[in-house]
Design a protein around this ligand. Structure first.
Ligand SMILES: NC(=O)c1ccc[n+]([C@@H]2O[C@H](COP(=O)([O-])OP(=O)(O)OC[C@H]3O[C@@H](n4cnc5c(N)ncnc54)[C@H](O)[C@@H]3O)[C@@H](O)[C@H]2O)c1
Length: 368
């Protein structure tokens, strides 16, 4: 198979979908790998490293799309890329379609097969291609949240750790999955006063145990969210209903009742956000204010630390990518239900139920 890796064109996105060791693996399996010139530079990977691993460097993005069957990316196709899609393509990337009707319709029209990283799901319910980016986003959310509390961006002027003789900041984390647990680890490690809420008691028990009881865990319900959010300095939104829009747990009215200068980092903004006042922002313009509350809602947070993120991501995408290239998409899905779960769109049909439900579209189950 011909595998194409274009340079990412989303604003401020510096990650790349493959590293040189991944190229070497595809080549060893008999595949051709096309890398657009400069695709790895944002992650500190020069063209020569790809060439040495056996890739063919291609100057024009369009040529990568024209020649490849399997397109490996990090973020959704944008702008000119949408015109270069062909029905023979398998697009393997993060897509988050449930929050993007326009993109869903464009991909349906192009009749391309779309395997979304974020919905590849193993039998135990785990989402292995979301995990490393959620780890990055969860850890980074505290770093960004600390910045949002600074006076320079109209934050409360609170230091997360506090100092000897002053209180630490109160950090409220909604969702105790991968991102939430990683946020808890960093926030409690820095010395903040941390409370985490979830509807899943096992997740709460796990985070309580690994942090040796140094945080407060609470059942997520309307009353507890209201009480915690109104007292918080920093709120981290880290909920997920796989493949679906995030539940809007923090209403506009609740934001109005938050402390002036407090902050919300809504990690879940890539799934629509768990706060009614959230809308996606970019790394170059990440922050805005609603009712005197600082909002940070960057939908591709790991892009801020591209080198770590690229290596963390490609550690987990490579195996499934190789399976698709070796066997072809249909056989790879038949052999591995995790890949079948990743299929969101197939030749003009929506094959992932939560995406169909989000837009009132028809859902087609692909037989494998
Ligand atoms: N912005 C970014 O750059 C970025 C990067 C990575 C992940 N994400 C997003 O972060 C979010 C979390 O991802 P994850 O991998 O940690 O997911 P996860 O499945 O590991 O965890 C989600 C948690 O949310 C909990 N939850 C569901 N409904 C809830 C509710 N009503 N109240 C409280 N908790 C609830 C679940 O029980 C689960 O523990 C997702 O929306 C994901 O897309 C965003």
């Amino acid at each position: 198979m011909i595998v194409g890796v274009p340079k990412e064109i989303k604003t401020d996105e510096q990650r790349v979908a493959i590293v040189p060791s991944g190229v070497a693996a595809f080549v060893a399996h008999g595949h051709t790998v096309l890398i657009e010139h400069g695709a790895g530079l944002g992650s500190g990977i020069p063209d020569e490293a790809y060439r040495d691993a056996g890739a063919e460097l291609v100057r024009k993005a369009k040529s990568v799309w024209d020649r490849a069957n399997l397109i490996m990316k990090v973020k959704e196709p944008l702008g000119p890329e949408l015109k270069w899609l062909r029905p023979s393509h398998v697009l393997y990337t993060y897509l988050h379609l449930a929050s993007n009707e326009e993109l869903t319709r464009a991909l349906l029209k192009a009749r391309v097969a779309c395997v979304a990283y974020e919905t590849i799901q193993t039998a135990d319910g785990a989402l292995p291609l979301l995990v490393p980016m959620s780890e990055v986003a969860g850890r980074l959310s505290i770093q960004k949240g600390a910045f949002c509390l600074e006076a320079g961006v109209k934050g409360r002027g609170v230091l997360l750790s506090g100092t000897s003789g002053t209180r630490p900041a109160k950090v409220v984390i909604i969702g105790a999955g991968i991102a939430g647990t990683n946020a808890c680890q960093v926030a409690s490690g820095i010395g903040a006063d941390v409370t985490v809420l979830d509807i899943n008691l096992q997740h709460l028990r796990y985070v309580h145990d690994i942090l040796g009881g140094r945080i407060t865990t609470l059942m997520s319900n309307r009353a507890n969210i209201e009480e915690e959010v109104t007292q918080a300095d920093l709120v981290i939104g880290a909920v997920l209903i796989p493949g679906a829009l995030a539940p809007r747990l923090i209403t506009k009215d609740l934001v109005k009742r938050m402390r002036p200068g407090s902050a919300i980092v809504d990690i879940a903004v890539d799934q629509g956000g768990c706060c009614e006042t959230s809308h996606p922002t970019t790394h170059s313009d990440p922050i805005y204010h609603v009712s005197n509350v600082v909002h940070y809602c960057v939908s591709n947070m790991p892009g801020a630390v591209p080198r770590t993120s690229t290596f963390a991501l490609t550690n987990v995408t490579l195996g499934y990518g190789l399976a698709i290239a070796d066997k072809g998409l249909e056989q790879a899905m038949a052999n591995d239900r995790a890949i079948r779960k990743g299929l969101n769109l197939y030749r003009g049909c929506v094959t992932y139920k939560a995406v169909a439900d989000a837009f009132g579209m028809e859902w087609t189950e692909v037989a494998t």
